[in-house]
Ligand binder design. Structure first.
Ligand SMILES: Cc1ncc(COP(=O)(O)O)c(C=O)c1O
Length: 385
C-alpha cells in the first residue's frame, strides 16, 4: 500500500541535532567490535580503554587543555549539576552569581543550592539577553565570599552570545571561579582554554550531531574536587560506572567533524539565518526579532521571533507541525499547562517595549536549505491569511 507522508523540515537544531552518518558509522563499528569492559585488564578491555582515552584526547586537543581535565558524563545537565554542586561541596564556594535566563538545569540546581544556604545573586541582563558586564563587576567587587560565576556562552532560546573572555577577566580580577555552559557553542565556536581562564566548562554531544546520553565536563586541574559518583575507579575515580564507550567515541567523532568543518558550517547557517530574517520581515512587517538585533555577533543557528498577537498565532505551532515543520514554541510545557519561557520573560522585563507576541524559536543546521526556509515562510503566510 502506498502512503503519502508530509515532507518534514527540521528547524529545531538547538533542541537536538540529527546524528552525522559518519558518527553513526563510528559508533556502530565500536558496538560491533569493542564490547570489552574498559576496566578489564585483558586485551578486549584494553582496546576499549584505548578508545576512550583517544576520545578524551580529541576533546582535550579541541579545547586546548590537558587530558586529565576532561571527564565524560551522561549529558550537559549532569555536567552543569556537577560543576555547581562540587564547587560548593569541595571548593568552599558560598556564593554563586548567575543570570535568570540560564538553562533550567542551572536554575533548578541554583534553587536547590540556595535552599541549602548558598547565596545566589542574579546579575542584570541587557535586552538582547547578554549579561550586563558593569553589573557583574559590581556584584563581584561587593563581597569577600568565595564566589562562583556561572554564565552560559550562548543562550539556547535566543542565540545571544556572552563574551566569556570578558567574564573570565572579571572573575580573575576578583578571584572568583568561573563555570560556563557551552552546550550550544561547542563545535560552533573555537574555544581555547589556554586563552580564557575557566574553572568548569560543559559540553553535550547531541547538540553537535553526536549521540544523546553523552557529554563532558572540563574541570580545571587547579580544582581539587571529590568524586561526583561513588563506585569504581572510572574517570579517574571521579565518576564511577562502566563507561558509555560507543557514546564517547561518537562524541569525539562528532566533535572532530564539527571542528574540522566549523567555518563552512557556520557560514552556511549564517546565510540561512539572514535569509530567514529578510523573508520574515517581508512577509510579516510587524514581526519582532527577540534577542540579538542582527545575526552579526550572535550564535547563527538560533533565530527567535515574536509573531504579532492574534488568534491565529495561538495555533501556530500546531499548524507548523501539520505542515511538517519542526520548530520550538520558545516555551516549556509543565504538568499539562503552558508556562511562558523564562528567557523571553527575562528579556521582556528589561526591554523598552514588552514582548507580547507569540515567540517561536527556529534553529538551523548546515543541512537546511534556502528552499526549506522559503517553504516555511509560505506555510506561515498561509496560517495568517
Ligand atoms: C544551554 C544548555 N545547557 C544545558 C542543556 C542540557 O543539555 P543535555 O540535553 O545534554 O542535558 C541544554 C539542552 O538543551 C542547553 O541548551
Amino acid at each position: 500500500m502506498e502512503t503519502t507522508m508530509t515532507k518534514r523540515i527540521y528547524f529545531d537544531n538547538a533542541a537536538t541535532t540529527p546524528m552525522d552518518p559518519e558518527v553513526i558509522a563510528t559508533m556502530t563499528k565500536v558496538m560491533q567490535e569493542n564490547f570489552g569492559n574498559p576496566s578489564s585488564i585483558h586485551a578486549d578491555g584494553r582496546i576499549s580503554r584505548t578508545l576512550i582515552e583517544s576520545a578524551r584526547k580529541v576533546v582535550a586537543n579541541r579545547l586546548n587543555c590537558s587530558l586529565s581535565e576532561i571527564f565524560f558524563t551522561s549529558c550537559g545537565t549532569e555536567s552543569n549539576n556537577t560543576a555547581l554542586k562540587c564547587a560548593v561541596r569541595d571548593l568552599g564556594v558560598t556564593r554563586i552569581i548567575s543570570s535568570s535566563i540560564e538553562h533550567h538545569c542551572i536554575l533548578h540546581t541554583l534553587d536547590r543550592l540556595e535552599k541549602e544556604g548558598v547565596q545566589v545573586d542574579y546579575c542584570k541582563i541587557q535586552s538582547t539577553g547578554e549579561v550586563d558586564y558593569d553589573e557583574l563587576a559590581k556584584l563581584l567587587s561587593g563581597s569577600d565570599q568565595k564566589t562562583l560565576v556561572t554564565l552560559m556562552h550562548a543562550n539556547n532560546e535566543l542565540g545571544t552570545l556572552n563574551n566569556i573572555a570578558r567574564i573570565s577577566d572579571l572573575c580573575v580580577e576578583h578571584n572568583a571561579l568561573f563555570h560556563t555552559d557551552t552546550v550550544q557553542t561547542v563545535g560552533y565556536r573555537k574555544i581555547d582554554l589556554t586563552q580564557i581562564k575557566v574553572h568548569f566548562l560543559t559540553g553535550s554531544a547531541h547538540k553537535f550531531y553526536g549521540p544523546k546520553g553523552i557529554g563532558f565536563l572540563y574541570v580545571n586541574g587547579e580544582n581539587q574536587i571529590k568524586p561526583f559518583i561513588d563506585g569504581g575507579s572510572q574517570e579517574r575515580n571521579m565518576r564511577a560506572g562502566t563507561e558509555n564507550i560507543y557514546g564517547i567515541c561518537g562524541l569525539a567523532k562528532a566533535l572532530d567533524l564539527a571542528c574540522d568543518n566549523m567555518d563552512e558550517r557556520v557560514a552556511k547557517i549564517k546565510e540561512l539565518n539572514m535569509h530567514m530574517r529578510t523573508r520574515l520581515k517581508e512577509a510579516f512587517p510587524e514581526i519582532r526579532f527577540n534577542g540579538p538585533a542582527s545575526v552579526e555577533g550572535s550564535l547563527e543557528k538560533v533565530l527567535n521571533v515574536a509573531f504579532p498577537p492574534s488568534s491565529k498565532s495561538d495555533m501556530l505551532m500546531l499548524h507548523m507541525d501539520i505542515a511538517g515543520i519542526c520548530a520550538s514554541g520558545g516555551s516549556a510545557c509543565s504538568s499539562g499547562s503552558e508556562v511562558g519561557s523564562h528567557v523571553i520573560k527575562g528579556i521582556s522585563e528589561v526591554s523598552d517595549t514588552p514582548i507580547t507576541g507569540k515567540p517561536v524559536r527556529f534553529s538551523f543546521s548546515h543541512k537546511n536549505t534556502i528552499e526549506e526556509i522559503d517553504y516555511l515562510v509560505e506555510k506561515l503566510q498561509a496560517v495568517f491569511v
